[in-house]
Design a protein around this ligand. Structure first.
Ligand code: GDP
Ligand code: MG
Length: 595
């Protein structure tokens, strides 16, 4: 155990975590040269296509150092703010962290938030200045920033390039030298933390664990403490490039367990595994509950696929502990699920994974944050969907979630960013200079104003030179109203939204305009109306399609027709009929495209 090192790699998105992990795997010959491919650990199709890490990935390496062999368990983590829950779980399985900072960018918002997670878990931090091969790298400036941030000495910071391989051996040496060996007693009763799990259709559910105390042997009878369920440890092993079975594993190690678990809901990430015969009295402290930021309904396109969707969501949840959901019914869409996500990217990824990994075609409804409605008798209702909002005469007030936002940017963009935050009903709380050119701003903002497109706007006005991190700080009273949408006189509950009164008329008008663009023309006129209570505040019409128009569009233009056929081949269309009107997926997300 004295030669085991468990560490993770944390950084802001794109600072080079996954590439650096590749070099470590290569240097330790964990992966043969011919099997090497860029961002090797990002093995999910979606990750490779988008070039981002969504899941944490674990892999074990062997490294000879000062005449001994060290076992290094590496966990690569995502950088995007939506996936910080993945990061915090990975951190719980480690004693140290490589903190990577791009030498051409400097410290960014998620550098700081991930560092705080690591410090909070008492990890030994090894700062690494990465991408020093870049001609516009600024090693001196960024070194100063890092020294200021973590209070280390400049000599403690390693210089590296994941691209050219500079500094890789020094990083491996530092991991052995500076990160403490895991503590724990191999003879004590078994205590292993479940930090992740995966559904595998051939092998059943695979559980990833980190042993804190005790020893687990193949064939042992084990128990999951939160659920009380018992299983046989049919196969245990370490996570190499592939899974490598072992006869036994003890305190300090990271590995996988396969035990014929079929039901996704029996595995809870954060649970403790112990022995049936010699159980530990103490469960390991699990993970903080996830706080979803955005809620939306997910509905099957085919109403008959409801049960299949449920079981797909259960399996997906195994691998994505930050996804929460409960059944919901919509007058317009029937049976579905109300889901909580950590942000819009998370919502997009969940929808795509359901489609790719589970072959489901689903519709996501208008996303919304959570509100509190305080009733006339002071009772509090949590509102996760606009349809749950009581009539105005039944409530005293509404509260909306507020966040504290940290924005790091170049000083020339401070003015426009403050203006943007004011437009979003924000309050500026602080401004401090990291260097003469880089500024950290802090704001308090309503979550509903930033969760949808704020980050895109921020990037546009700062030409990409701004990073954002945020955390929930509580609920505050706000003058919100429910905006309903009617199509041909019929209210479509899945299109309702809760918006601030000062913006509601403008919103209603623009939402109707957007819907007019997004709803396909049909054989009859479609009247689109927005209303607040009984009052209609905006109206648009989608004109009926005339026969010769159809002929032209489907008969005349060959390339367009081919495109349409290709679209159909890709799978079922994301479209739902409500009454006689067909509503495509884009229309449900129209609110995101306003202004
Ligand atoms: P992650 O989001 O932190 O995992 O970052 P990636 O490893 O996916 O890298 C982001 C981008 O930076 C990719 O285009 C890499 O090719 C590039 N990159 C990573 N490390 C280096 C480096 O040391 N030097 C240079 N020049 N580019 C790098
Ligand atoms: Mg990555």
């Amino acid at each position: 155990m004295k030669n085991i090192r468990n560490f993770c790699i944390i950084a802001h998105i794109d600072h080079g975590k996954s590439t650096l992990a590749d070099r470590l795997l290569e240097f330790t010959s964990t992966v043969a040269k011919r099997d090497m491919q860029a961002q090797l650990l990002d093995n999910m199709d979606l990750e490779r296509e988008r070039g981002i890490t969504i899941k944490s990935h674990a892999i074990q390496m062997q490294f000879p150092y000062k005449g001994e062999i060290y076992t290094l368990n590496l966990i690569d983590t995502p950088g995007h703010v939506d996936f910080s829950y993945e990061v915090s779980r990975s951190i719980a399985a480690c004693e140290g962290a490589l903190l990577i900072v791009d030498a051409s960018q400097g410290i960014e918002a998620q550098t700081i938030s991930n560092l705080y997670l690591a410090i909070g878990a008492d990890l030994e931090i090894i700062p690494v200045l990465n991408k020093i091969d870049l001609p516009h790298a600024m090693p001196e400036e960024v070194t100063d920033e890092i020294v200021d941030l973590i209070g280390c000495k400049p000599e403690d910071i390693l210089h590296a390039s994941g691209k050219t391989g500079i500094g890789i051996e020094a990083i491996l040496n530092a991991i052995c030298d500076r990160i403490p060996a895991p503590k724990g007693d191999p003879q004590a009763p078994l205590q292993a933390l479940i930090f992740d799990s995966v559904y595998n259709s051939y092998r059943g559910i695979e559980v990833l664990f980190r042993i804190k105390n005790g020893t687990m042997r193949k064939g042992d009878k084990v128990k999951f403490m939160a659920t009380g369920k018992e299983y046989g440890a049919d196969e245990i092993g370490i996570l190499g490039l592939n899974q490598e079975p072992r006869q036994e594993m003890s305190a300090g190690n990271v590995g996988y367990l396969i035990s014929g678990i079929k039901e996704a809901r029996e595995v809870k990430v954060g649970d403790t595994i112990t022995h049936v015969n010699r159980p530990t009295p103490d469960a390991i402290q699990g993970f903080a509950d996830v706080k979803p930021m955005v809620f939306a309904g997910i509905y099957p396109v085919e109403t008959t696929e409801y049960e299949e969707l449920r079981s797909s969501m259960e399996k997906l949840q195994l691998n994505d502990a930050s996804l929460v959901w409960e059944p919901e019914t919509s007058v317009a869409l029937g049976f579905g699920f109300r889901c909580g996500f950590l942000g819009m990217l998370h919502m997009e990824i969940v929808q795509e994974r359901l489609e790719r990994e589970f072959n489901m075609t689903v519709i996501t409804t208008v996303p919304s944050v959570q509100f509190h409605a305080i009733g006339t008798k002071d009772q509090m209702l949590t509102i996760n969907a606009p349809s749950e909002m009581p009539e105005p005469n039944l409530i005293k007030l509404i509260e909306e979630p507020f966040i504290k936002a940290q924005i790091i940017t170049a000083s020339e963009y401070v003015g426009p960013i403050i203006t943007l935050c004011m437009e979003k009903r924000g309050i500026i709380k602080g401004q401090s200079y990291l260097t003469s050119e880089r500024v950290e701003l802090s704001f308090e903002l309503p979550l509903s104003e930033i969760v949808f497109d704020f980050f895109d706007k921020l990037k546009t006005i700062s030409r990409g030179y701004a990073s954002l991190d945020y955390e929930l700080i509580g609920f505050r009273e706000a003058d919100m109203v429910k905006l309903d949408v009617m199509l041909n006189g019929e209210k479509v509950d899945a299109l309702s939204a809760i918006v601030h009164r000062s913006k509601s008329y403008d919103w209603g008008r623009r939402l109707c305009e957007k819907l007019r663009e997004l709803l396909p023309r049909q054989m009859f006129d479609i009247a689109i109306q927005a209303s607040i209570g009984q009052k209609i505040i905006a109206r648009e019409t989608v004109k009926a399609l005339r026969k010769n128009v159809i002929a032209k569009c489907y008969g005349g233009d060959i390339s367009r027709k081919r495109k349409l056929l290709e679209k159909q081949k890709e799978g079922k269309k994301r479209m739902r009929s409500v009454g006689s009107v067909e509503i495509p997926q884009e229309a449900f997300l129209a609110v995101l495209k306003i202004d």
